[in-house]
Write a protein that binds this ligand. Structure first.
Ligand code: SF4
Length: 473
């Protein structure tokens, strides 16, 4: 049974897409590491990259080509200085070569050597082939798939899952198994997650790593809310979170960093309408940063990166103003387990399942995490996840112009609001009256994904992407 860690579900990376940016970036780095272990280390050669399926159809708008360049140049998406990415790309475009970690230069002209193919590979809609040809005619070639949420699979390998062969105390494939463990032990969902994670990390390290994830989420909200202007790309979408923040937060409430910003928000005037606006602002801010190639946390994808931070921020700012590290860790842990159940039983890839796999899953994750913090039992957390996904089933992926902007940015706000509503409904629900188990919804989502026309699976060949005229946008 595969194990998906909370740190597989939440990954620090660069926007705008986990499957089209982070995945190809990681695949390119993985290929470079393979070259390092081969004769490419000592022989001059040339690299060519072919992109297939959805990666080819929406790859330009999703910056797949740039991600491949950054990956081949071996930059780390978690730590690279995002502002300098255009500069790094320009150098490679001009020099037409990359340097392997061992020092050997390999010829690579992004303009000619990244090929957008008009066909699909068999295994998954996001396929890539990396080929190195040595000056002596030798060839090293690998096929990779970006299978959603930044996960990659190399043909011939098992996949990018962190702990396939270890003995975790609570192996979980479905929500009914998870609930059985909770009932047997009296643990919450976040406790179960920690018991499994203990196999690889001390409590201290586990909390430290989760708080780093939260800090990155908070930074992306803060950056988004303090950046004005227009997003990159032909749609010329105006950033909205900064003006929204200015309307919501009185000028006299001053702050100097993300932490003091939270304190200011906590004491700002509030009514029901403002709570809606705040949640939307938080969600939109993350996805504006994502659309501008900024640093976000894949949660469980980049396109849906705003939902979970927005719901957690809602809890910290408006529900429990004394909440801190403990609540943040529990929320993320519980949410991640729901994401992992969807990954194992369905998909996190919009190229396989449309937007239900992105916004739908993130909303279900956030709903469960919030329910745990609201004092809901594990059963109620699962009910919340079910409600949130039930009302995203069938949602298509149809980004206009292939950019992760419309409908994606607003859709994060909708996913966050639905998550809050799902948690509130679950708290009041009598579990014995529930008719739809989460596992049935996971299966339904997967069946819907298989039935969905490929036009609606991150190809920009249907839906809003074809009915809305870009010139009008
Ligand atoms: S429409 Fe949804 S799934 Fe598609 S790119 Fe946008 S956020 Fe991702």
């Amino acid at each position: 049974m595969e194990f998906v860690s909370v740190f597989d579900i939440f990954k620090i990376g660069v926007g705008p897409s986990s499957s089209h940016t982070l995945g190809p970036w990681k695949a390119a780095r993985s290929f470079v590491m393979r070259l390092e272990q081969s004769e490419a280390r000592i022989l001059e050669g040339h690299i060519e990259v072919s992109l297939y399926g959805s990666l080819s159809l929406t790859g330009k708008g999703h910056a797949t080509d740039l991600a491949v360049i950054m990956g081949l140049a071996n930059y780390d998406p978690e730590t690279v200085e995002t502002k300098k990415i255009p500069e790094f790309i320009q150098v490679i475009n001009e020099q037409k070569k990359i340097q392997l970690p061992s020092g050997m230069f390999v010829h690579f002209d992004p303009e000619k050597d990244i090929l957008f193919k008009d066909s699909f590979l068999d295994y998954h809609a996001n396929g890539m082939i990396f080929t190195w040809t040595g000056n002596n005619g030798d060839v090293i070639s690998d096929v990779y798939y970006s299978v959603g949420g930044g996960f990659i699979v190399r043909e011939g390998d098992h996949g990018g899952i962190s702990g396939v062969n270890k003995n975790y105390p609570f192996p979980i494939q479905t929500s009914s198994e998870l609930l059985r463990y909770c009932e047997k032990t009296g643990f919450s969902i976040s406790d179960i997650v920690f018991e499994n994670e203990k196999t690889d990390r001390t409590r201290e390290k586990y909390e430290e790593d989760l708080l780093r994830i939260w800090h990155t989420m908070l930074e992306s909200m803060y950056t988004g809310c303090h950046t004005e202007g227009t997003l990159p790309g032909a749609l010329a979408v105006k950033r909205r979170s900064a003006p929204l923040l200015q309307k919501l937060l009185p000028k006299q409430l001053t702050y100097s960093d993300p932490e003091t910003w939270i304190e200011a928000i906590r004491i700002a005037p509030l009514d029901f309408q403002k709570i809606f606006k705040w949640v939307s602002t938080f969600a939109i801010s993350v996805n504006e940063v994502n659309a501008a190639f900024g640093r976000v946390v894949t949660a469980p994808t980049n396109g849906s990166a705003g939902v979970i931070p927005a719901v957690l921020m809602y809890y910290l700012c408006f529900v429990n103003k004394n909440a801190g590290k403990n609540e943040i860790v529990r929320f993320l842990a519980c949410a991640s387990e729901i994401g992992s159940i969807f990954k194992k039983g369905s998909t996190l890839s919009a190229a396989m399942g449309g937007c239900q796999a992105e916004i739908g899953v993130s909303s279900a994750m956030a709903a469960a995490g919030l329910t745990e913090l609201l004092g809901g039992s594990p059963e109620r957390c699962i009910i919340a996840a079910e409600i949130a996904m039930e009302h995203h089933l069938g949602m298509t992926c149809d980004p206009i112009g292939g950019l992760v902007q419309i409908p994606c940015i607003e859709r994060n706000s909708m996913g966050a609001i639905k998550a809050i509503n799902a948690a509130e409904m679950a708290i009041d629900r009598d579990p014995t009256e529930v008719k739809v188990p989460l596992d049935d919804v996971v299966r339904t989502m997967w069946n819907t994904a298989k039935d969905m026309n490929s036009k609606y699976k991150e190809t920009s060949e249907g839906g809003l992407a074809t009915t809305v005229n870009i010139i009008d946008c």
